[in-house]
Every structure is written in C-alpha cells, then in structure tokens.
Design a protein around this ligand. Sequence first.
Ligand code: SAM
Length: 589
Amino acid sequence: MKVFEANISYQTLSILRDVLSRIDNYKSANNKMVDCFSIHNFFDTQTEYELFLNAISVIETIALESDRAEYGDFQTNSDLAKSVTQLLKSQKKANPKVIIEPTCGKGNFIIAALSTFDSLEKIIGIEIYKPYTWETKFNIIDFYTTNPTESKPEIEINHFNVFDFDFKSLLNKSEDEILILGNPPWVTNSKLSSLESSNLPQKSNFKKHNGFDAITGKGNFDIGEYITLMMLDAFHTSRGNLAFLVKNSVIKNILFDQNLKKYRIAEIDKYNIDSKKEFGVSVDAALLFCNFNAQPEFSCKEFDFYQPTTAAKEFGWVVDKFVSNVDLYRLNHNADGVCQFEWRQGIKHDLSSIMELERNHNQFVNGKGEEIEIEEDLVFGLLKSSDLKKIVLNQPRKFTIITQKKIGQDTSFIKHSLPKTYDYLHKNKQYFDQRKSSIYNNKPDFSIFGIGDYSFLPFKVAISGLYKTYHFSLILPLEEKPIMLDDTCYFLSFNSLDFAVYTLILLNSKKTKEFLKAITFSDAKRTFTKEVLMRIDLYKLAIEFQVENLETEIHSLNAIYSLNVCSERWKDFVVALEPKKVSKQMQLF
Ligand SMILES: C[S@@+](CC[C@H](N)C(=O)[O-])C[C@H]1O[C@@H](n2cnc3c(N)ncnc32)[C@H](O)[C@@H]1O
C-alpha cells in the first residue's frame, strides 16, 4: 500500500487513522506525533496535513515509481543496515547520542540505529525525495508499534536537498558523541550530466579538474564523495564517528585527498561488502569508518565486512607515496622512482570495424566482414590486451592501418602514393567523421592518436593496462615491420633487442611484480596506467639484479624463443640507465 507514493504497512496506516482521527489542525497533529513517536515537524503545512488525511482514507495501492537514476538510489536493506550498526557498537564501541543520516532514503539506517544504540537523544534525517521522507516516518511508527518499550529519541526527518543543508548549524556544543551514518547516492557527475540532472552541488567542479581531465575521465566523481567530504568538513573536529556505505573509489579518493586536507580523522577502516548480494549491482563498495577529532591519519585498514576480525591489508600514504598495500610497499619501496624510459600508450583510432583487419588466406577482412584490397605499406601487425599472454610474441592476430607517423601529420600523401588504401579509407570517411571524441576535431582526414617515432622502433616491451596480470611481453617485429599495440596497452620501445630483453627480465622480476602489486589498485578501471608504470625505476632494479639470475633468464628465453641474446651488453645497459644520462635516454636506443 502507498500513501503519498510511500510504502506503508497496514499496521501503521490504521494507527495513523486512529491517532489523527479527531485532529483538524496540523500543529496539533505535529504535537500528537511528538507525543506518540517523538518525530518532530511531521507535517510541514496545513494543506499538506489535509491532503494526508485524505490520502489515508482513500488509499493508493498503485503509484508510479519515478525514475530515480539521478538520485543514485540504492536503498540499504534492513539486514545490512542492522549489521552495520551492530558492527559499530561491538567493534567500534560506538555509543552515539546524536545520529545524522544526510540522505536517509526510506530510513533503514535510522531504524537500525534505533534498535541498536541505547543512549540516543536525537536523530536527524535528510532526504530529497518526499515519498521517502514519508516512508521513513511510517517505518519509525512501525518500529515503535512493534517495539513499544524502546526509548524514543527526538527525531527530525527533513525534506531537503543535502547540498543546501547547513550541517555546521548542527554542530553540537555539548560535545555529545555524533554518528554520521548512511549510504550517500551512488551516481557520478558525468551520469548526472548525461541525464541533464541538476542534482549536483553548486560548485560541481569541486576537484578543480581542468578540461583535459574531463576528457580523460579524471574529472568524473561520485556525488557520494562530495557528500562524504561535506560531512568531514563539518564534523571532523567534533566528538564522534562517520560510517558510510560508499563505492571503493570514493574511499580511495578520500584517502588520496587526506594528504592535502589533513582532516582530523583516525582509525580509518574499510569493510568490503558484497554489492551484488546487498544491492544487486556489480560495483566494488564498502563501509567507510573513521573517528573524528583525532591526530590525522593517512592510511586505511581493509577488512571483510562479513568476517571483520583481522585486516586483510592497509592502503594509503607512506610518507609521500600513495600505495595500495603499505606492508608490501615498505618491502619493495626501493623500486619506486622515475622510469628512465618513457612509457607509451598504443594506437587510438576509435574505429575498429574499419581500421582493424584480419588476414584470411592473404586477403584482408575488416571488422564488418568485408574483404578489402589495399597496399601493404600502411598495414602493420596489431596486438591487443588479450593477446599479451605469452612472454615473447611476433605473430599478431590482427592488423591495422597506420595512416600517420606523428600526431596531426598530413594524410594527403595516401591519395597519390597508395590509391587502393585511399579508396578504402575514403569510402568509409563518414565513419571517421562520426567519431565522437573531440580529439579528432580539426585534424587531417583518417587521423589516429598514440603514434610517434617510438611506434616504429622494432622491439617493444608491453603490458595490458586492463588485466590484473603483472606480466610483461616482448614484441618482436614481423617481417621486419614493427608490431603495433592498441590503446589498452602500454609499452617501451627499443632499437636493440639486448636492451629490450634486459628490460623485459627486470620488469618480470619478483621485485617489480611485488612493487606493482603494492602501488596498483585492483578496483581501478585500468590496473596499469602511464603514471603507474613511470614509477618503475629500472636503474634501481638493475643495480640490485644478480648477474647470475640475468644469465639464467637469458638462457631460458634463448632456449624457448631462439632470441640469441647474451649478457655482454648488460654493463652498457646499466650505465645507460644511470640517472645522469636520463635526459638523452631515448636517443641511445
Ligand atoms: C544510496 S540511497 C541510500 C538511502 C539510505 N541512506 C539508505 O541507506 O538506504 C541514496 C539516497 O540519497 C537520496 N538523495 C539523492 N540526492 C539527494 C540530495 N541532493 N539531497 C538529499 N538526498 C538525496 C536519494 O533519494 C536516496 O534515497
């Protein structure tokens, strides 16, 4: 059954009919609701009260669910809310007097708090969606009806936009223990802009990202993150705690920003939940907990919410480095530095159906299954993330057309020198012109990105940015042409096979693997990025690497892949990596 689009139980409905039966005035009705259930300001106006009386006499059984996407609406189920409050009570010894639920939805956290904490004096809920404010109030009445002996703290459920709410006005002077509890919306600002929603803080570019970050996705943030920061801003110097269910990415960002913000928060813990089971969605999420008014801390211990006794690991800041595993990082921190070679991302063309080809009995076939006739000049082997499984590769599954040698290079030469290639590209020009990314605007026809002199060096050492396998591959040329990688891969390129093999061995060493495990986050969209890979200090790895191990590794690569490499140039390699030579590094290869 629904009243004002809010679910209501038959029990609460008949109680409300009974309690309000002879009351005409909304102020008297409000007093009655305080007497019975300690809920303040139950009705906002006389008109609303009259509509309400009408609604509970003529019950709506069907109400349209409005589209809730812009409100990041994932209501916490009652069992999970109760497990959270019990964990707070038993593990964290939380005993709040005041609870603030900044986006309280249907009120499951408020009910869980009422049934768990016995010293509560005040509960404040805020919610933008009016039917939920009703449902929260109905749920509270239901709770008291089923549990008549429970004490009744003062409760206010505010129909309000959290971004306009003045939380600082709630700062309590009596130093009562506060608990900020809840599950703020799970929706990103870019999703909101695609919905043309205004459910955003006024200063929505709160991270001050620039336009380029917006293109690369760095300017994308969850509004749950903004609300968490609002709470920390308002309450970090109060006595109490925060306990929020949020996406893992939000917790990671809060910890990342803690180095600058230095909130007075400590005992920062993350309890991983099974979001598929709890919310029916595949998003990594967890309960974020912290204590307020403490010496600032900069790392977070990670637990399993369902078996929270021992921490699985700790992530956060180790001095000036942000890492995913503090212990592992401490053991391998000496690999951290600046890579002597520049990591590059592979080719980007956003048009695989036209630009990616397969070779079928000497005939090229494009992604649409069309057999195509082009000169071989601009055709290069192509490897994608899923191809980078072996240690050494020289047989691509696919091919691609490389229309430029440098970003922005004029492509008019194709028409004169390679007429068949031009015909094919020109026939499909409309698809090139329809590419959405703004990087293609005002660029020569058939432009590609992720291309430069480095793309044409014969030997590459590559890794997939997408997979969580800490494994690098050596890419050899095919018929004297370098093989290209797509933009899901990152690579270093070399003129010398020896140097490529030495680099491969260092990158596949246990030390590098553990170092990368310590600095990469398993829930990142891309495990490996240029930023991460540029932290691998090859010089520091090389000077520690035992020459006997190098020889064993070279021997086994030679035996399997007939590379014919020897360790003779290792010394030159180490000298080339020496910090003083960094500036001219790429020219050496
Ligand atoms: C993830 S749900 C969680 C609800 C509740 N905290 C719980 O744990 O069940 C997020 C809630 O935030 C509410 N919400 C979204 N934007 C809001 C805003 N600007 N101000 C207040 N509430 C908002 C949604 O309507 C929704 O009820």
